[in-house]
Design a protein around this ligand. Structure first.
Ligand code: UD1
Ligand code: CA
Length: 470
């Protein structure tokens, strides 16, 4: 079976271990809910496991059980929640899951067990592990990795025939064992009966007084062969126990995403300062300049220019648009449009082709049709501007009276003078011109000119009181 062939995978049950506190993170957030490049650890492991189509998927929880269960169900509503009791350790977590399935329809034939702190674990690695397990007929197969520095991991002790005799934890290892660089990744496939047999035999006679899941491998030997499959890329199975590891892995992951995007034709000036989440789509010849963050479901069209120092969250930037030093969230920017610098496009904004939102412009739920420009220092919220209109600098749509949000409708071919205050709800017809400094409270018909009285008073030869010598 090829690693990418999912058809022959018959996974009965997946058990995801997520009950640990993650003390080494020193965090009020449980480790599995920490964010890794836009998704939590738990979200990542659930989606990888689901790629193998298990009949049943359980998440074992204890620390912050409610938060973790809620999150798990939000990622996958068919997930089954198993509560670990007060007895500590990865082995206890699995005992609780095995007990749960004993009362809930059984484990089936093949069981995947995985920790949830390996953010780079991929479905491909899991498929390859499955292939190895299925072909070998092992009682259990553990996913391992050869690492440069094995400190902190459980070490794989192999028999002469290459099978796995046992796993020794760092805290329990002697110097000879500590020198072994093949480590346990905390991902296993078990024949269900071998799991039931070996998991019931655990004790907590070890340096950490915990029930180690790793000990189940030693007793699984009594049931059948225990094998290992070494992940070709150790990074893909690297565990995160603290924030230093989190940061290093995130950086590596980001670099890989940037490199992939570059191979697909994107021009990324500096991957070290550019962060791109994996679901982002970038067209060929798009330029992503330093200091930019592309997140969520962002799509950047071909030959668009993003950055420097730009954040796009769930944004759609069409072909050849330019977005410089700006923040764009759940908004659409049409082809050849020009945004920035220092522009904030908030959710629901939609700019047409060749539109412009210039320096220090904020927009919220603003629909700006083709060729219209809001070039300087303006706030446009809950508004629609037709095509080829121009809004003078310093113009504000007053859309909120303290209770209601109201809309401003501006037609096509309109010239709004500088410093206007458009008090919504208000409609400005097509072809309208307004004078500078107008406060527009009443609707304006097509092709009219409107200005509001704002008389100037001039005092000749005036001096401030402290200079008048009075
Ligand atoms: C574990 C392995 C170690 C392996 C390493 C890989 C054991 C005893 N050790 O150590 O061999 O090299 O992972 O990263 O299994 N969890 C529970 N209940 C608990 C404790 C932990 O569900 O009572 C969960 C955690 O949420 C986590 C996973 O199990 O997802 C692993 O726990 P962690 O404390 O990170 O184990 P390590 O010390 O890293
Ligand atoms: Ca770990």
């Amino acid at each position: 079976m090829s690693a990418n062939d999912c058809k022959n995978i018959r996974l009965s049950t997946a058990i995801i271990l997520a009950a640990g506190e993650g003390t080494r993170m020193k965090s009020s957030i449980p480790k599995v809910l920490h964010n890794f490049c836009g998704k939590t650890f738990l979200q990542r492991v659930i989606s990888n496991v689901r790629a193998l189509n298990p009949n049943k998927t359980a998440v074992v929880v204890r620390h912050e059980a409610q938060k973790v269960s809620q999150a798990a169900l939000s990622y996958y509503d068919a997930v089954q929640i198993v509560k670990q009791d007060e007895k500590p350790g990865t082995g206890r977590a699995v005992q609780c899951a095995v007990e749960f399935f004993g009362e809930n329809g059984g484990l089936g034939n093949t069981v995947l067990i995985t920790a949830s702190d390996m953010p780079l674990l991929s479905a491909d690695v899991l498929r390859a592990l499955y292939a190895e397990h299925a072909e070998s007929g092992n009682a259990a197969t553990v996913l391992t990795a050869e690492v440069g520095n094995p400190f902190g991991y459980g070490r794989i002790i192999r028999n002469e025939d290459g099978s796995v005799a046992k796993i020794v934890e760092e805290a329990d290892a002697n110097d000879r064992q500590k020198a072994i660089r093949e480590v346990n990744t905390s991902v296993y496939l078990f024949n269900a009966q071998a799991l039931e047999y070996s998991i019931s035999r655990l004790d907590s006679q070890n340096a950490q007084n915990e029930f180690y899941l790793t000990d189940a491998l030693a007793s699984a030997n009594e049931f059948g062969r225990v094998g290992a499959y070494a992940a070709p890329d150790p990074l893909s199975v690297a565990g995160v126990n603290d924030r230093v590891q989190l940061c290093r892995l995130a950086k590596e992951h980001n670099l890989r995403i940037c490199e992939q995007k570059m191979r697909e034709g994107a021009d990324i000036a500096d991957p070290a300062t550019t962060w791109i989440e994996e679901d982002v789509v970038i067209g060929p010849d798009a330029q992503i300049l330093p200091g930019s963050f592309l997140k969520g479901k962002t799509v950047v069209g071909k030959s668009a220019v993003v950055g420097p120092y730009t954040t796009l969250i769930d944004a759609t930037v069409d072909e050849s648009a330019v977005v410089e030093r700006s923040r764009v969230e759940s908004a659409h920017i049409g082809a050849n449009a020009n945004i920035g610098p220092w522009t904030y496009l908030r959710p629901g904004s939609d700019l047409g082709e060749n539109a412009k939102a210039g320096a220090f412009v904020e927009m919220k739920k603003a629909v700006i049709d083709e060729g219209s420009k809001v070039p300087h220092l303006s706030y446009i919220g809950d508004a629609h501007i037709g095509s080829k209109s121009n809004v003078g600098g310093g113009t504000i749509t007053a859309n909120y009276d303290g209770v209601h949000k109201s809309r401003t409708e501006i037609g096509s071919g309109v010239h709004i003078g500088a410093g206007n205050m458009l008090v919504a709800p208000v409609n400005v017809g097509n072809g309208v011109t307004t004078g500078a400094g107008s406060v527009v409270r009443k609707d304006i018909n097509d092709n009219a000119m409107a200005y509001s009285e704002n008389s100037q008073h001039t005092v000749e030869n005036w001096k401030p009181v402290w200079e008048r010598g009075e």
